[in-house]
Write a protein that binds this ligand. Structure first.
Ligand SMILES: NC(=O)c1ccc[n+]([C@@H]2O[C@H](COP(=O)([O-])OP(=O)(O)OC[C@H]3O[C@@H](n4cnc5c(N)ncnc54)[C@H](O)[C@@H]3O)[C@@H](O)[C@H]2O)c1
Length: 266
């Protein structure tokens, strides 16, 4: 699926979990990657491992909620690696919380990281992409952006990033810029919200599997493969799309149907 051109990619949150798999995949496809992250230790480790293997990876520290920091990191990445051709907006988090109980500051922080952050990154790479009349942006949204699966602040932000994907694709297609969103379902990572659930029930991912027509939750590489496709020339006419990479979760209600059929068999 690799593209023949070696490009410079920015992967936010590219040091661990899904972002690490995306970074690794883009490197394997022949690109150079700048990991933009707040976890300095993990990001330096990931970049160093890639460099050791002969790949080109750097780390620049930036909290994506801080536009000035993002702009500086992008400028620095361009000075070091060259013009940025790919942006993967992957960094995100959720701390859960019910609509009526979530602390207001927590609500604002989730919207800030999951929606304003990706907007800042898009805003920072756009001028260069417009000048060069090319660029590809992939936003890692979530199935939460189109259905209720809990985590309301996170979900509202993910719905926002899906719409931002459509706005970006619509406004900048004329400059040869493509922008698409990936909607993962459950992905086996150690992110803070999964960590809490794993501590409560180490079998959580196995138990969730029955909700997925493909019979398993995703591995980070499943998402990375979709990114690899969307940034490649194989997706040259794909823009403004919402691609669920969810093992079929959004396609139907298997568990409900199974229970209904069992009931009607009794
Ligand atoms: N894991 C899942 O089940 C799942 C499902 C659907 C969507 N997603 C989405 O995939 C993306 C990655 O999730 P993950 O599970 O790999 O998470 P993770 O916690 O393992 O990794 C997130 C990365 O983002 C970085 N990050 C967090 N806040 C940041 C900020 N303000 N500025 C810069 N970097 C920041 C973290 O340091 C970390 O490296 C997120 O956008 C998440 O919403 C995950």
């Amino acid at each position: 699926m690799a593209d023949s051109r070696k490009r410079v990619a920015i992967v936010t949150g590219g040091s661990q979990g899904i972002g690490e798999a995306i970074t690794e995949r883009l490197i394997r496809d022949g690109n150079a990657v700048c990991i933009l992250d707040i976890d300095t230790e993990r990001a330096e480790e990931t970049a160093a491992r890639i460099v050791e293997r002969g790949g080109t990876a750097i780390f620049r520290h930036a909290d994506i909620t801080d536009f000035t920091a993002v702009e500086a990191a992008v400028a620095d990445a361009e000075a070091t690696l060259g013009p940025v051709g790919l942006l993967v907006n992957n960094a995100g988090f959720t701390d859960a919380g019910d609509i009526e109980k979530i602390a207001l500051d927590d609500w604002h922080r989730e919207i800030d990281v999951n929606l304003h952050g990706p907007y800042h990154c898009i805003r920072a790479v756009l001028p260069g992409m417009i000048d060069r009349r090319s660029g590809v942006i992939v936003n890692i949204a979530s199935v939460n952006g189109v259905r209720y699966f809990g985590n309301p602040a996170y979900s509202a932000a993910k719905a926002g990033i899906i719409n931002l994907t459509q706005s970006t694709a619509s406004e900048f297609g004329k400059y040869g810029i493509r922008c698409n969103a990936i909607l993962p379902g459950s992905v086996r990572t150690n992110n803070p919200s999964w960590e809490i659930r794993i501590q409560k029930d180490p079998e959580v991912f196995n138990k969730l599997a029955r909700w997925y027509p493909l019979g398993r939750v995703a591995e980070p590489e499943d998402i990375a493969k979709a990114v690899s496709f969307l940034v490649s020339d194989n997706a040259s006419y794909v823009t403004g799309a919402m691609l669920p990479v969810d093992g079929g979760l959004l396609a139907g209600m298997n568990v409900m149907i199974d229970e209904f059929i069992l009931e009607s068999k009794d």
